[in-house]
Design a binder for this molecule. Structure first.
Ligand SMILES: CSCCC(=O)C(=O)COP(=O)(O)O
Ligand SMILES: [Mg+2]
Length: 235
């Protein structure tokens, strides 16, 4: 067991897993399935709730087909809208269940997460993907079912990833002082927000996702590593 009393909070896309898997496999799958999904399942309360929220944002009464079209545009723009993310998660469930794909995870990330968990380091996820989508992702990863490694999951229902208040809320929900949380992400603005909340940070700067390394200025004072190797949550 580790003597550390630190915990790790990790992002997914660009951090544990490749951006191209999300953009080339998950997003097109959801984009294709959206029109039929809203037609067939739009009456279910868990789906209706999000369609109604989007309709309200669009100014009121909209046909479901139009909402689906708007959300397809949001997928193209990579908009991290909570309603879109919730519906995407429901659509991906079918893909995982049918074995259409497994979720990409970098081997160094899978190994480090397994090692830290075995060492007693509590692990948490904070991603724009909905919590059910996160569970599906790690439940059907290239390294098998990793859900048991995590002690908790957070999505944008806790707040925006670039807003320091989201990190305040996470620290208070897991009942750990922010100074004891190590946040890992590929996005500097997210790390800035976590640092403002008092968390320790590491910029994951993978060549597969970011062909041009971020220099010291771009990293904005965050420690920069090209994989999970070399991260010791205990120090
Ligand atoms: C885990 S769901 C698939 C990824 C996704 O939709 C997403 O928006 C991930 O964003 P992140 O905050 O993990 O960079
Ligand atoms: Mg990311």
């Amino acid at each position: 067991m580790t003597t550390s009393n630190r915990v790790v909070l990790t992002d997914i896309e660009g951090t544990t897993s490749s951006i191209s898997f999300v953009k080339k496999v998950l997003f097109p799958f959801a984009r294709r399935a959206l029109p039929a999904f809203v037609k067939v399942r739009g009456h279910e309360p868990a789906v209706r709730k999000w369609l109604d929220l989007v309709a309200t944002e669009l100014g009121g009464m909209c046909q479901d087909a139009m909402i689906a079209e708007v959300m397809q545009g949001w997928i193209d723009e990579d908009r991290k809208h909570t309603a879109l993310k919730a519906l995407q998660g429901m659509i991906w469930a079918d893909g995982y269940r049918n074995g259409d794909f497994t979720a990409h995870i970098y081997p160094d990330a899978a190994q480090a997460l397994q090692r830290w968990h075995a060492d007693g380091v509590p692990l948490y996820v904070f991603s724009s993907g909905s919590v059910p989508a996160q569970r599906l992702f790690f439940g059907h990863s290239d390294a098998g079912d990793l859900t048991g490694l995590f002690s908790g999951w957070f999505d944008t229902e806790v707040g925006e990833k670039r807003d320091f208040r989201s990190y305040d809320r996470i620290a208070s929900e897991i009942d750990v002082p922010a100074a004891r949380v190590l946040f890992l992400s590929d996005v500097v603005a997210e790390l800035d927000a976590a640092r403002t909340a008092g968390m320790d940070t590491v910029l994951i700067d993978r060549r597969e996702d970011y062909p041009e390394a971020r220099d010291t200025d771009a990293a904005n004072g965050h420690r920069r590593l090209e994989s999970f190797e070399g991260i010791d949550p205990a120090v």
